[in-house]
Design a protein around this ligand. Structure first.
Ligand code: NCD
Length: 304
């Protein structure tokens, strides 16, 4: 029984295998329609979600399985003070696999120690979000054909943006990757990511506050939302929330084959006028998220 708490819980070979299964699902969905018959996925969401929870649920339904769960902490016994460990021990009696989102960093890890079924981290606080990264990787693979030799701009809230942390970890395993880290000073990538990943692995990176000046060299521009719910002080959020707004004019100097990505939800950071640009990939990420989660559920349940 294997859990996925961190993207590095999956080897690059395993990620490639997931991507190839996801591509096969896209081509041959009928082949997979009964694969998880009589299996149950529990979605335990202690924090808001649209895409992650619903894509997990859609994924399980498209595999012929069933779904139970809750979509807010106050709909569960967490509201009565139950521990995460007791909750997942309980849910393990009803389900075959759990996808869990929690505001506390490390909660899914704690859950994986208490459960005897696989736990998938669907986002833990400002820490990690490995399945968004799988969706991102499938998107990059479908757009670019490989994960090598890419200059990747990450823009916005690099401090609290958990999707950024997982994506950096994942891409740092491929050669020829360079990161351009674009954020206000207050929202810079945490030192633990810079030190333990970028510096330790000798990955080239640039730190800048300048989005427009960075755009011409990028193969991928990954925009993120300023994570309001992680701020201690609303004034700071208000001051920083519109630090970057991507508009069509800012893309004039961009590469023709730039991929514009965003894990969504978007607030203001990408103008809707960018949506019709063929380089916009964020709604493709949404759909890819369902396929790659189907592949992940199959793998963790050991379904052939
Ligand atoms: C992201 C998250 O929850 O971290 N959303 C998602 O899962 N697609 C990004 C965000 O909330 O900004």
């Amino acid at each position: 029984m294997k859990s996925v708490i961190d993207i590095l819980d999956l080897s690059t070979d395993e990620i490639e295998e997931l991507i190839s299964v996801a591509c096969d699902i896209i081509e041959n969905p009928d082949k997979y329609a009964e694969k998880c018959r009589r299996k149950k996925l529990a979605t335990l969401f202690f924090e808001p979600s649209t895409r992650t929870r619903l894509s997990f649920e859609a994924a399980m339904y498209e595999l012929g399985g069933n779904v139970i769960g809750f979509s807010a902490a106050n709909n569960s016994s967490a509201a009565k003070g139950e521990s995460v460990s007791d909750t997942v021990r309980t849910v393990s009696c009803y389900a075959d696999i759990i996808a869990m989102r929690h505001p506390k960093e490390g909660a899914p890890m704690v859950a994986s120690m208490a459960a005897d079924i696989p736990i998938i981290n669907a986002g833990d606080g400002g820490h990690n979000h490995p399945t968004q990264t799988l969706a991102d990787l499938l998107t990059i693979f479908r757009e670019k054909g490989s994960f090598e030799n890419l200059t990747v701009g990450l823009c916005g809230d690099l401090k609290f943006g958990r999707t950024v942390h997982s994506l950096i970890n994942a891409l740092s395993r491929y050669s020829g990757i360079k990161f351009v880290l674009i954020s206000p000073d207050e929202l810079k990538l945490p030192d633990y990511v810079t030190n333990n990943v970028l510096i330790k692995k000798n990955i080239p990176y640039e730190v800048t506050t300048d989005l427009v000046g960075s755009i011409p060299e990028l193969d991928i521009l990954y925009m993120t939302r300023v994570q309001r719910e992680r701020f201690f002080n609303e004034q700071d959020y208000i001051r920083l929330k519109d630090s970057y707004i991507l508009t069509p004019d800012k893309l004039e100097t961009a590469k023709k084959d730039l991929s514009i990505m965003h894990p969504l939800p978007r607030v203001n950071e990408i103008s809707v006028a960018v949506d019709s640009d063929p380089r916009a990939c964020y709604f493709k990420q949404v759909l890819n998220g369902k396929y790659i989660r189907m592949a992940l559920i199959l793998k963790l349940l050991g379904v052939e």
